[in-house]
Design a protein around this ligand. Sequence first.
Ligand SMILES: [Zn+2]
Length: 511
Amino acid sequence: MTDKIIIFDTTLRDGEQSPGYSMNTAEKLHFAAQLEKLRVDVIEAGFPSSSAGDFEAVQMIAHKVSNVEVAALARTSKEDIDAAWGAIKEAAHPRIHIFIATSDIHLQHKLRMRRDQVISKAVEAITYARRFTDNIEFSAEDGSRSDRDFLCTIFEAAISAGATTVNLPDTVGYAIPSEFAELVAYVKEHTPNIGKAILSVHCHNDLGLATANTLASINAGARQVEVTVNGIGERAGNTSLEEIVMALHTRRGYLDFFTDINTKEIYPSSHLLVMITGIPVQPNKAIVGANAFSHEAGIHQDGVLKHRTTYEIMEPTTIGLETNRLVLGKHSGRHAFKDRLRGLGYDLPDQEIDKIFQRFKELADKRKEIVDDDIEALVAEEILRVPDIFKLRYLNVVGGTDAIPTATVQLEIDGKVEQDAGFGVGPIDATFNTIAEITGTHSKLLHFSIDSLTSGTDAQGIVTVQLEEDGIKTLGKGNDPDIIVASAKAYINGLNRLEHLRRNSHSEKTA
Ligand SMILES: [Zn+2]
């Protein structure tokens, strides 16, 4: 009989907590809805006790999503479990995910606990969580570097206490496929009550082996895999969802397993994550990279033209990559535009469509063709942003070989128009200096990147900045065919987010 592999997606938890990938609540909600369309089995929505913002996001996702389990992460303390349950109690299918480290390295240096104390802690926590739900996952952090017999002992105790899933993470990305498969098989064989729970794995990609380790563990008996879209996650990332799903799908004759994933939503999910975070996927990334389905070598092109299967093991349409994309232009009406938005998965209220349509018209005046990527960029910019405190009204820059780079900027701040002019080493520096002067902010620019959304010199530039002020870090994003304008928008978006975060944390403190 073919076994189902449970897809546990942790893009919004492990992925979101990695540098540069933080999302606000609206963005997380939007992405969770996409994960539901992708038909993952479990969405790990966050770590509610880590911050008020995380709690709120998990709670809203729990409300919104109905066909997928929603998991919340917790350490073994009552406070953590209370926060996790508080955030997911209204989910249609809630899951509490409790973890504690089990390797001697972590026991000695981090927890300063003995093995028997760790077992009692885990059992106590699971027993407490059972008051709220029967759906409990237990993770042995740093499992791959833990003593294998101790792993079996703690899993046995966890299952007896009521854990329905036990997860074996390769937290530090240290395992080798054959070794990890052996460990999974050992745990399966030496944990007496393992038949009462699902065995799960959670791999990291520090040695580039996350996918290989996860696949090997499936063969050895794991039936849940913890993955992220585009493989984002701590350090080198987590196992990538699309790689596991497409490996099982493409090699189903060899690997006798299936998932419930709707593969046609793989590319849209990957793409939405890029849109939200502003961080592109490496071009040669398996499955979802820009080059994954392009054939450059003449001999390959010739083969593919004669018969696809000569050099292509998957069809781009299987992952939802449409090869003939509909192009809109300046004569496209609101109706066609709305249809296209719907086709891309955005069912938006009329007033939001009006706002984006307005921006679309402006863009269509400057460009001949507007493709899906452009439309999604507009959606990301218009819908997924925090309320503006600072708004860009006017920007004029002077630059070039003999000019002193100068920027004249007009901003609207809480409804009042302010303007100034300033210099810099280049036009972007001049623009940022002037905006900082007008807004009276003193944030540090930690990161600046610019990408073009599509090919061609008239493509939209997508600028991502990372800012830090008073210990608060945030991203800012902006799109425009003019890269200086895109940079200004990204910088102002970042300042808006900083201000938003600052006002929120202030109201939390005073509440
Ligand atoms: Zn992890």
